[in-house]
Write a protein that binds this ligand. Structure first.
Ligand SMILES: [Zn+2]
Length: 135
């Protein structure tokens, strides 16, 4: 049987190892993202690409932004990026503005849209929502 202290010590070692792995993973991810063209990291409909590019250009002015991924999640834009700690607040505001914009922009064509909650959550215009068969 382990004493309470031994158990706590082992638990801490495990947590340290997880944190170390996560950091190494993150570094590898950032490194990979750097060597790829921006389009390889984007997985969403064409309608949102201008929003992502606008975010990227604005955020990149604040610091050396690394865009890890930009994808659709639950009908909204999900941004994953690495930024200098000094610019975290400013870039977070830009990211939130981009996400807000995707909540009213059709992911397929970029026209005015709404978040549709029937079936898969998607932000779509009336035209593209009609083709989904669940309206
Ligand atoms: Zn549309």
């Amino acid at each position: 049987m382990l004493t309470g202290d031994e158990r706590a010590s082992r638990q801490k070692q495990t947590l340290d190892r997880i944190a170390e792995n996560r950091q190494r993973h993150l570094e590898a991810l950032i490194e990979a993202a750097r060597s790829q063209p921006i389009t390889d990291k984007i997985s969403c409909g064409a309608g949102w690409i201008p929003i992502i590019i606008k975010f990227f250009r604005a955020a990149d002015k604040h610091s050396d932004l690394v865009l890890i991924s930009a994808s659709e999640k639950w009908g909204l834009l999900d941004l994953n990026y690495h930024v200098d700690p000094s610019a975290v607040e400013a870039v977070r505001a830009l990211a939130q503005a981009a996400i807000d914009e995707t909540s009213r922009t059709c992911e397929t064509c970029g026209a005015d849209g709404n978040l549709r909650t029937e079936g898969w959550r998607k932000t779509l215009c009336d035209h593209h929502a009609l083709g989904r068969g669940k309206e």
